[in-house]
Design a protein around this ligand. Structure first.
Ligand SMILES: *Cc1c(COP(=O)(O)O)cnc(C)c1O
Length: 388
């Protein structure tokens, strides 16, 4: 899809189909209909049935394709429905490589669902490029990565990985949920497919569950259009409308998320309750350089580990402003405990191996005033110090 505007800031508002062709409405209406009149046999106005295509969803799909610089976009009822549909491109005997920190649900669907169909996965360290080269067998058909990855914010060099994987004839799939196209555009870095849990930053208001996929070429576009219609996990017209509405403010929201997160990462780093901070916007973070190269910001996600002198349970209980909740990417600050929440579906041994220890805390920094978020964290740290 050709981008019509020079800047993403403008594309967020005016990209895709931003005006209703029938009425001129500045917002694409919610086409709450399951079916469409056909003028005669085999003749219709572009839509037949809303699983196959719906004008509100189509506007969203065009918009995300334009934002990610892809050929076509697809909207699903959740991020996991998007992931599942993309994984349905593969068949028995195929193997998928995944980076060691991926979203728990992505791991679970591979481990518990696709495994049953003989589509296997292997966890690899995508920071070790020579290991990646050696990991290839003829069965490896794709790699699925996140960068920065959930929850330790490890940064994978998307261009370097893509180069290696493409040379082997396999597909590169990037879950771009944490960055969004506003900060990082994986297709331009060499990826073939981009996935989103639009529930997070794209929606941005913690009021909907949605998923998106964008593909680079028309062969993949045709295959994914077929799978979307065949398996049917499509996004409803109302949710498509909400998502378009959320995307309009993505730029201004992310600017604030970036600014707040950096301030809070620096605060955490200086606090005696904190053992380590994971945020690729910090100059001494191992991912800083690569992040700077491939993205235009470090985003709003921070993870950190509490020192053993502080009680994790009491810390969470003491927070007043920051909400203990699953999910991320909303305007409000959300905090979670990966080991028992988002990453609980990953077995204990694997969690230890990849660093998801019980003192790890993941913070989705919202757009409240940063001083107020810091104040809340500070008082919770104070309360959670164990008495000597
Ligand atoms: C939340 C999330 C998902 C799953 O998306 P849902 O919308 O919850 O189905 C996938 N990947 C990442 C990185 C996520 O944060």
């Amino acid at each position: 899809m050709k981008q019509h505007f020079d800047s993403l800031d403008t594309t967020l508002l005016h990209g895709g189909i931003s005006e209703d062709a029938a009425t001129g409405a500045v917002n694409i209406p919610i086409y709450q209909t399951s079916t469409f009149h056909q003028q005669e046999l085999g003749k219709h106005k572009g839509y037949e049935y809303s699983r196959t295509g719906n004008p509100t969803r189509h506007a969203l799909e065009t918009l995300i394709a334009e934002l990610e610089g892809g050929t076509a976009g697809f909207a699903f009822s959740s991020g996991m429905a998007a992931t599942t549909t993309v994984l349905s491109l593969f068949k028995t005997g195929d193997e998928i490589l995944i980076s060691s920190n991926v979203y728990g649900g992505t791991f679970r669907v591979l481990d518990k669902v696709f495994n049953q169909f003989g589509i296997t996965y292997r966890i690899i360290d995508t920071l070790d490029l020579s290991l990646l080269k050696k990991s290839f067998t003829p069965n490896v058909k794709a790699i699925l990565i996140e960068s920065p990855a959930n929850p330790l914010m490890t940064v994978t060099d998307i261009a370097a990985v893509s180069k290696i994987v493409k040379a082997k004839g396999a597909l590169v799939i990037v879950d771009n949920t944490f960055m969004t196209p506003y900060l990082q555009r994986p297709l331009a870095l060499g990826a073939d497919i981009v996935l989103h849990s639009a529930t997070k930053y794209l929606g941005g208001h913690s009021d909907l569950v949605a998923g998106l996929a964008v593909v680079k070429n028309s062969l993949l576009a045709n295959r994914l259009a077929f799978l979307q219609n065949a398996t049917g996990g499509v996004l409803a017209p109302f949710d498509s409308f909400l998502l378009i509405r959320g995307i309009k403010t993505l730029g201004v929201r992310l600017s604030r998320h970036n600014e707040n997160a950096l301030a809070i990462a620096l605060f955490l780093k200086s606090h005696h309750a904190v053992e380590s901070v994971y945020y690729p916007g910090l100059k001494d973070d191992p991912g800083y350089k690569t992040q700077k190269k491939q993205a235009s910001g470090a985003g709003g996600m921070i993870s950190f580990k509490l020192r053993k002198e502080f009680d994790v349970r009491v810390f969470f209980k003491s927070l007043k402003l920051v909400a203990l909740a699953e999910s991320l990417g909303g305007v409000e600050s959300l905090i979670c405990h990966p080991a028992t929440m988002t990453h609980a579906s990953i077995p204990y041994e694997i969690r230890q191996k990849v660093g998801i220890t019980d003192n790890l805390i993941r913070l989705s920094v919202g757009i409240e005033h940063k001083n107020e978020i810091i104040k809340d964290l500070a008082q919770a740290f104070e309360r959670s110090e164990k008495t000597k």
